[in-house]
Design a protein around this ligand. Sequence first.
Ligand SMILES: Cc1cc2nc3c(=O)[nH]c(=O)nc-3n(C[C@H](O)[C@H](O)[C@H](O)COP(=O)(O)OP(=O)(O)OC[C@H]3O[C@@H](n4cnc5c(N)ncnc54)[C@H](O)[C@@H]3O)c2cc1C
Ligand SMILES: NC(=O)c1ccc[n+]([C@@H]2O[C@H](COP(=O)([O-])OP(=O)(O)OC[C@H]3O[C@@H](n4cnc5c(N)ncnc54)[C@H](OP(=O)(O)O)[C@@H]3O)[C@@H](O)[C@H]2O)c1
Length: 405
Amino acid sequence: MAQPQRCAAVVVGAGPAGLAVVGNLLEKQLGGTIAWVDPLFQGGRINQRYREVPSNTKVCYFQAYATAVQPFRTVIENTRIPNPFTTMAKLDQNKTCHLHHAIDVVRALTDGITKMERVLPCRGVVTAANLAEKTATWTVRIRVQDSQDEVEVLTPRLVVCTGSSPTEVSISIPGHHIERLDLDLVLKPSDLVSHLPRDKPLTVAVVGASHSAILALLNLVDLARTSHPELRIKWFTRHSLRYAEFMDGWILRDNTGLKGSAADFARQQLEDDKLPHSEAGRFITKVYCGDNQEQAQYERHLPSCSYLVQAVGFTRDPLPELSINGSSLEPEFDPVSGGFRDSNGRVVRGLYGAGIAFPERVVDPYGNVEYAVGFFKFMNFVKRYPSITVTHSLTRSPDYMNTVN
Ligand SMILES: Cc1cc2nc3c(=O)[nH]c(=O)nc-3n(C[C@H](O)[C@H](O)[C@H](O)COP(=O)(O)OP(=O)(O)OC[C@H]3O[C@@H](n4cnc5c(N)ncnc54)[C@H](O)[C@@H]3O)c2cc1C
Ligand SMILES: NC(=O)c1ccc[n+]([C@@H]2O[C@H](COP(=O)([O-])OP(=O)(O)OC[C@H]3O[C@@H](n4cnc5c(N)ncnc54)[C@H](OP(=O)(O)O)[C@@H]3O)[C@@H](O)[C@H]2O)c1
């Protein structure tokens, strides 16, 4: 392995959060290069799986994200038009849009940022990182994509923006096998339509009642009223529908309440007083699972279902193997500072997190605690990272890191 090189920071992950971190570090003029690691550099999970999902944030927030830091504005100014920025600028700023618009902006920004002189993009995966406390230096190990090569980078700052995947809980009933239907597939109507058989009666169980679940119901209802007339849906929910509410200058349930087309569909068709008469109600049977009735309800209703979709939240993806002075580290994220603590509650020097896996904890004026997940929310959190800007004298990393073109 080549001699480790020094960088001002290593940012892991090139989804909307990793991009926000790199944009901020560039703006803060750390005085060294930023190594940025991702297998694809194409906008993260949304680009791969959720391009067809309607957004739950207004276009103006994607615009605010895209113009929040000078390096992003420089990319926008230098990108030939028409481009994803000009397309987004033409959309109604007070409405939501499909996520392909937002993620194409992220991809265009990523293309521009990876070409900047102080950024060393590395197509690959961070497999491990060790903090030498004596020197406050992380040694970050990167497996380079499409090769057996591993490289090491030394840095005082390691920022993990590694994303999350749909949560899977254990749902089983004795003597019955039920086929799992991937949430990501259900959120992609163009694939879902050919995945489900059309020529036989079919019932899909959907578990959950937040954005993912409501959009799963919406997509399945669309199939039932068009290409799949024999499709029926059982909807397992343990709470009533919750909506974001616009208050005086703030949003109640900003991160947990339904917004956008999911909220419209839920209000108009899924509420208890609407479902019996709505079009969706022709295909959906609601199964209430609250008050600890979950298992009993599954045992009663799942035997008549052929597929099960779990829309019960997202779980952080595994982090690279982390250690301090060679001893394994199970870091605990501090959602207030953006940093991490070790198992003794000590701050882990130079380690930060952002994005859906490491969101900021926020408290609304009523005292409700939520976790702030969204492009512009990541941006705001990262802008306020307290200690990340402490400067260090560093040299440029080697050209072999510069593998994205
Ligand atoms: C269905 C859905 C719809 C959403 N809609 C909206 C919306 O309308 N508006 C909004 O503001 N937010 C929305 N969000 C929330 C949030 O903005 C997205 O989840 C966003 O994609 C999270 O970005 P991220 O960068 O944290 O993670 P990701 O996009 O998942 O990116 C993580 C990246 O890290 C890489 N990575 C992971 N481990 C490593 C490693 N060891 N080495 C190198 N790379 C690694 C991954 O390959 C990936 O590219 C939505 C979320 C979901 C799930
Ligand atoms: N653009 C969009 O419209 C869109 C679409 C999908 C996701 N997203 C974003 O992605 C993030 C995740 O959203 P999400 O909807 O996937 O998850 P989520 O907001 O975390 O909600 C999870 C839901 O699953 C329920 N649940 C959890 N465990 C359950 C169980 N065992 N049985 C039944 N219900 C269970 C929860 O109910 P309890 O509250 O009772 O636990 C909650 O309703 C959010 O930030 C969201 O904004 C956005």
